[in-house]
Design a protein around this ligand. Structure first.
Ligand code: ATP
Ligand code: MG
Length: 601
C-alpha cells in the first residue's frame, strides 16, 4: 500500500535534524554507519568479547561481568542502585562477579543447573541483577516477570516455563505466590529477598536470600556453554493477544555487545540509565546485559515514574546515556519544560527510546527540553536486541525508526499468492522483515512450534509489523499488521494519525482504531487523553477533527474522537489498541494479563 500522507508537508519544526560531527561531545563508536554496515561481520562482535576460558564457549554472564575483572576493571561501579526511600548501593564489577557466583553456587546446592527454569519476580533491586547473572552462570534459563502481575499471569507463566525456583520478596510471595504453590508442584524453591517473617521461612522450599546465597563461596567456574545454549525465556508484552514465550540463547550476547556499542554508543566511562521494568525484555537486554557487557556504570532506580524524581536522577547521577520509552516521554511532555528549569543536565549526551512508535513531536520535544533529540529504535522480544536505530551519527527524520544496524538486513516485503516473500521498493508499505538468522534471534516460541515456523519464510523473519523504507534507507513504522485500518480502499496506519493528533497542543496521547462500516469497510476513530488544563468538549473534538483533516486529508483523518483520562496500556507502556477496539465493539476483551492503566469510561 502506498503512503497516504507523504505529499502532505510536515510542519517545519518536525523537519530533518542534521547531525554535525564537529558538535559531538565525543566521537561516536559508529562514525560512518553506511561503511560499517558494508564491512561488519558478527565475528567482529565475537572478537570484542573474551569467550569462556579454555574455549568453553560463550556465556552472557561471563561477558557481562567476570570478563571485566580480567581486564583490570573489577573496581569500576557496575550498578548504582537508588532505592525508593532514598537508600543507595553501589556494586562494583568485582562485587557483582562474587555475588552472582554465590547465587550460582546456591542453585547448585539445590540441585539446579543447566536448563532449569529460574524465575525472578521483583522490582528493580540489585538482587535481581545478581540472580539473573548467577542463574546464567549456572546455565539455568532465566525468566523475569513483572512484579505487578497478579497471581494468574504468574501461575500461567510459571507453568508454561516450568519454573523450578523463583526469586521474589516476602511481600510479593505472601500476596501473590503462596496461594499458587499447590498448583505449581514443579516450583520447588522460593528465595525471599529482604527481611522475611519467620513463619514464611518455615514453609516447604522457602529460603531466605541471606541464608541461602550469602554463605556460598564467591568462586564459581562457569560450565562450558555452547553459543546456542538456552539463556532466557521472555514473554512478549501481550499487546496484540496472549503473550508468547520467546526462547533465547547465550550467543545473543554478540548482539548486546554490538548494539550497546553502536545503537546506544556506550563507552566504558558512561553513566547509563535504562528506565525499563525488568519484567520486559528491554529491562533485561538493556537494563542488565548490554550495559554491563559495555562496562558502564548502570543506574538502577527502584521508584516508578515521576518526572521530578527522574530529573533529579539525571542531574545528580550525571547520566550521560539515557534509554527510555515513548509513554514516559509523553508523560514528561504533558508537564512541559518548566520542571527542567535551572537543572544542570550537562552530562547527558545521548537519549534513546523504544517500545512503541515515537511521535515526531516527542523527538523534537527532547531538543526543547534537554537540548538533545530522542533517538527512536525498533526491536521486539523475538529479536532479542535492537535491530533498527537512529544512531548518533545519523541525521534524524522525526517519526522514523532509523536504519538497520550493522549485521542486520531489514526489508519491507510482501507475500505473493504462493506465500513467497518479495522485497518492496522505497515508499511502499509492507511487512517489516529481517534476514535470518542473527545471534540474538529467538530460537523458538515456547510450546508453539508451528507458530514459530510460520514467522520464517524464504530466509526472512517476518515481524508482524508494517513499515515503509524511504529512498534514503530510513524505516518508518506504519502499524502492527493487526492494527492497520482499511478504509475506502486506503490502508491507514494508526501511528501517523496518532502523531498528527499529538501535534495539537491539547493532546497528550492518542490511540487510533478502525470501526467496521458498511460503506467504506472501516472508519477511523481516535481515543485521546488531554494535557492538564484542557477540558473535553464538543468544540475541542471539532477542532481536533479539523486539525487532523488538515494534516492528513479527509480519507485518513478520524471521523470521531472519544476523550479518555488514560488509554489502556500494557505494563511495558504500550497502547492496547485491540482493547480500545474490543470495548468499542462490545467484543471479548481477550488476555488482559499485561494490562496496566485502565480507564473504561
Ligand atoms: P505481543 O507480541 O505479545 O502482542 P508486543 O509485540 O508489544 O506484544 P514486544 O516484543 O515487547 O511485545 O514489543 C515489540 C513490538 O513493539 C514491535 O513489534 C512493535 O510493534 C513495537 N515497537 C517496538 N519499538 C518500536 C518503535 N521504535 N517503533 C514502533 N513500534 C515499536
Ligand atoms: Mg509482538
Amino acid at each position: 500500500m502506498a503512503s497516504q500522507t507523504k505529499d502532505v508537508a510536515a510542519p517545519a519544526h518536525l523537519a530533518r535534524i542534521v547531525k554535525d560531527p564537529a558538535a559531538f561531545v565525543r566521537p561516536p563508536h559508529l562514525a560512518d554507519p553506511a561503511a560499517e554496515r558494508a564491512r561488519f561481520r558478527w565475528d567482529d562482535a565475537r572478537a570484542w568479547l573474551d569467550g569462556l576460558p579454555g574455549g568453553g564457549g560463550l556465556n552472557i554472564a561471563h561477558e557481562a561481568v567476570d570478563r571485566h575483572l580480567g581486564h583490570g576493571r573489577g573496581g569500576r561501579t557496575a550498578i548504582r542502585w537508588i532505592g525508593k526511600s532514598g537508600g543507595r548501593r553501589d556494586l562494583s564489577y568485582a562485587d557483582l562477579a562474587a555475588a552472582s557466583s554465590r547465587f550460582a553456587n546456591a542453585l547448585a546446592s539445590l540441585g539446579l543447573g543447566a536448563g532449569d527454569g529460574v524465575f525472578v519476580l521483583m522490582g528493580r533491586l540489585p538482587e535481581l541483577h545478581v540472580a539473573m547473572l548467577g542463574a546464567l552462570k549456572a546455565r539455568a534459563v532465566v525468566t523475569p516477570l513483572f512484579s505487578a502481575f497478579g497471581p494468574e499471569p504468574i501461575a500461567t507463566r510459571c507453568e508454561m516455563g516450568d519454573a523450578r525456583l523463583i526469586v521474589t520478596t516476602p511481600e510479593l510471595y505472601a500476596r501473590k505466590l503462596r496461594a499458587l504453590r499447590e498448583r505449581l508442584p514443579r516450583l520447588a524453591h522460593v528465595v525471599l529477598v529482604g527481611e522475611a517473617p519467620p513463619a514464611l521461612l518455615d514453609e516447604p522450599g522457602v529460603h531466605a536470600w541471606a541464608a541461602l546465597v550469602e554463605s556460598q563461596p564467591a568462586q564459581w567456574t562457569i560450565p562450558p556453554t555452547p553459543p546456542d545454549a538456552p539463556s532466557l525465556l521472555h514473554f512478549t508484552s501481550g499487546t496484540t493477544g496472549r503473550p508468547k514465550g520467546a526462547q533465547h540463547v547465550h550467543e545473543a550476547v554478540l548482539a548486546h555487545a554490538m548494539t550497546g556499542r553502536y545503537a546506544l554508543d556506550l563507552h566504558d566511562d558512561d553513566v547509563y540509565w535504562c528506565t525499563a521494568d525488568p519484567g520486559w525484555v528491554t529491562g533485561t537486554s538493556y537494563g542488565v546485559i548490554a550495559p554491563l557487557v559495555s562496562g558502564v556504570t548502570s543506574i538502577v532506580v527502584e521508584a516508578e515514574f515521576d518526572a521530578a524524581t527522574w530529573y533529579d536522577v539525571l542531574e545528580r547521577e550525571r547520566v550521560s546515556v539515557w534509554y527510555t520509552a515513548p509513554t514516559a516521554i509523553r508523560m514528561m511532555m504533558r508537564l512541559g519544560t518548566e520542571p527542567l528549569a535551572g537543572r544542570d543536565l550537562s552530562a547527558l549526551r545521548f537519549m534513546a527510546s523504544v517500545g512503541e512508535p515515537l511521535n515526531p513531536e516527542a523527538v523534537v520535544w527532547g531538543q526543547q527540553a534537554f537540548g538533545l533529540p530522542f533517538h527512536d529504535n525498533w526491536w521486539q522480544t523475538e529479536t532479542g536486541g535492537i535491530m533498527i536505530a537512529n544512531v548518533p551519527a545519523l541525521d534524524i527524520k522525526p517519526g522514523s525508526m532509523g536504519q538497520p544496524l550493522p549485521g542486520v538486513t531489514a526489508a519491507v516485503v510482501q507475500r505473493d499468492a504462493d506465500g513467497h516473500v518479495h522485497r518492496l521498493g522505497p515508499g511502499v508499505d509492507g511487512e517489516l522483515a529481517l534476514k535470518a538468522p542473527w545471534p540474538s534471534m529467538m530460537r523458538g516460541y515456547l510450546h508453539e512450534e508451528a507458530r514459530y515456523a510460520k514467522c520464517f519464510v524464504d530466509g526472512w523473519y517476518l515481524s508482524g509489523d508494517l513499515a515503509r523504507c524511504d529512498e534514503d534507507g530510513y524505516f518508518w513504522f506504519v502499524g502492527r499488521a493487526d492494527d492497520v485500518i482499511k478504509s475506502a480502499g486506503h490502508l491507514i496506519g494508526p501511528f501517523e494519525v496518532e502523531s498528527a493528533l499529538i501535534e495539537h497542543p491539547a493532546v497528550a496521547e492518542a490511540g487510533v482504531i478502525g470501526i467496521p462500516d458498511p460503506t467504506v469497510g472501516e472508519v477511523v476513530k481516535a481515543f485521546v487523553a488531554l494535557k492538564p488544563g484542557f477540558e473535553a468538549s464538543e468544540a475541542l473534538e471539532r477542532e481536533l477533527l479539523g486539525h487532523a483533516r488538515k494534516r492528513l486529508g479527509a480519507a485518513v483523518a478520524p471521523k470521531s474522537i472519544a476523550f479518555r483520562g488514560n488509554l489502556p496500556k500494557t505494563r511495558s507502556g504500550k497502547i492496547m489498541r485491540r482493547l480500545l477496539k474490543a470495548r468499542e465493539l462490545g467484543l471479548p476483551e481477550g488476555d488482559l494479563s499485561t494490562l496496566e492503566s485502565d480507564d473504561k469510561q
